[in-house]
Design a binder for this molecule. Structure first.
Ligand code: AMP
Ligand code: MG
Length: 417
């Protein structure tokens, strides 16, 4: 087992071991955000027939050569084509048909005159323009044709995709499955949030953070409760978690006398791939794979900020890959650091920063106390500024990479038009 990896080495080992989950079929109405597991090829054309894009009159252009407001032409209106209906018979030379938006163009007609260019006549109509070729006609198949590949496998389904699927007549789609993630907390000091936290007890918050981080990306968390600091208690709960695709435990993974997570993992058939990542927060992190089933196991550090940040950096990309996403990482922007940040070389630091868009770019301000126990720094932090491993800090006013965790930051720079 390797020890003391860089963040990118650790990410690489994790992603190498991460499978893409198989497909499941589901109702298109609930498939928003899911990743398509099959290419979508059109079995029909859309629009199905030439149809009118306006309320007006279907005509034959040859009858209206030279027509204008000064020299209008009058044509008999021989029938009406409502949306959802069809022309009674082909349009003959010298005839017009009343037509409405979305109604099929009658055979023989080759243009539509919008009603604003007429006198709105009922039995006959005065037409005041010479229509252009196929004016206001939506051609059959102009959106898509039979056999067109409309959506590629791996696309993330958004509202427009689901609309197109509906127009194809597809109410069921094949998408990648979502991983089930078993979440275990461990420590004799931990109690559930509804129990009194006194006499050295603290509330177990990590399971809540982790479950929410899973749900945020569409993974399915399963809570395994709190294990005591004994190998037996940890083993019993972990075995329950082996039915999930991924097991995430927090705490007990360090080198203290009461840290049994790593030895239990080995006992339950987990082949540990590495331990310890050169980062802050979050050095004590173990990653392994259960043999032979291939489930991933993450032993995250217990300090709440370390738990949240290591989930972000290692678990989240793996879960997104499992769900078929090709873009698995958070967006990274360049930002100016508002105040200086000192550190020792040797670890990559993820500094919680708030973000503000200014005229000269984005400004990132560290959120105060960066202790790995101060979880409120994550509430204030909209992003993580990345200070490289070998650096001894960043001067105020220098540029840094910032991983944006809070999509609300992008909303905050939106504006109406
Ligand atoms: P450990 O890795 O077990 O030494 O835990 C490191 C720190 O994280 C300790 O201060 C623990 O009390 C704290 N901690 C561990 N698990 C949790 C949890 N589920 N929720 C909140 N804090 C925790
Ligand atoms: Mg502990």
């Amino acid at each position: 087992m390797r020890e003391g990896l860089t963040v990118s080495e650790a990410q690489e080992l994790i992603l190498e071991a991460t499978p893409i989950l198989g497909a499941e079929t589901m109702s298109a109405t609930s498939a928003a955000g899911r990743v398509l597991a099959e290419p979508v090829v059109s079995a029909r054309r859309h629009p199905p027939a030439d149809c009118s894009a306006m309320d007006g009159y279907a005509v034959r252009r040859a009858d209206l050569v030279g027509a204008s407001a000064a020299a209008p032409r009058t044509l008999p209106v021989v029938y009406e084509v409502p949306a959802g209906g069809h022309g009674e018979r082909p349009l003959e030379a010298g005839e017009a048909a009343r037509i409405f938006t979305g109604a099929p163009l009658p055979p023989g007609a080759d243009a539509v005159v919008m009603q604003e260019d007429t006198d709105h006549g009922a039995a006959q109509v005065e037409i005041r323009i010479e229509p252009a070729e196929r004016a206001h006609v939506r051609n059959a198949g102009e959106d898509f044709q039979v056999g067109d590949q409309l959506i590629e496998s791996g696309a993330v389904l958004g509202a427009a995709h689901l609309g197109v699927l509906a127009s194809l007549g597809r109410s069921v789609v094949s998408v990648h499955q979502r991983p089930r993630v078993a979440i275990l907390s461990g420590g004799d000091e931990l109690v559930e949030p509804d129990r009194p936290a006194d006499g050295g007890k603290i509330v177990s918050s990590n399971s809540y953070t982790l479950a929410a981080q899973c749900r945020e990306i569409g993974a399915d968390p399963v809570y395994l409760g709190i294990a005591e600091d004994t190998p037996e208690s940890i083993e019993a709960r972990m075995r329950a978690g082996l039915r999930a695709d991924v097991l995430v435990s927090s705490a007990g993974v360090s080198v203290g006398d009461h840290d049994h997570v790593r030895s239990v993992l080995e006992k339950i058939g987990c082949q540990l791939r590495f331990w310890g990542v050169l980062m802050k927060p979050g050095y004590p992190l173990a990653f392994g794979v259960i043999e032979p089933t291939g489930q991933l196991v993450f032993g995250l550090p217990g300090n709440p900020v370390s738990t949240a940040v290591t989930f972000e950096e290692f678990v989240r990309p793996a879960l997104r890959r499992m769900m078929g996403h090709r873009a698995i990482h958070r967006p990274v922007i360049r930002a100016t650091l508002a105040s200086s940040y000192k550190k020792k070389p040797g670890r990559l630091h993820f500094v919680r920063v708030s973000l503000a868009a200014t005229e000269s770019g984005v400004q990132a301000t560290p959120t105060g106390n960066q202790s790995s126990g101060v979880l409120t720094s994550m509430i204030r932090g909209q992003g993580l500024a990345v200070v490289p491993l070998e650096a001894d800090g960043v001067e105020a006013g220098a540029e840094v990479d910032v991983q944006v965790l809070d999509p609300g930051f992008f909303d905050s720079i939106g504006r109406g038009f």
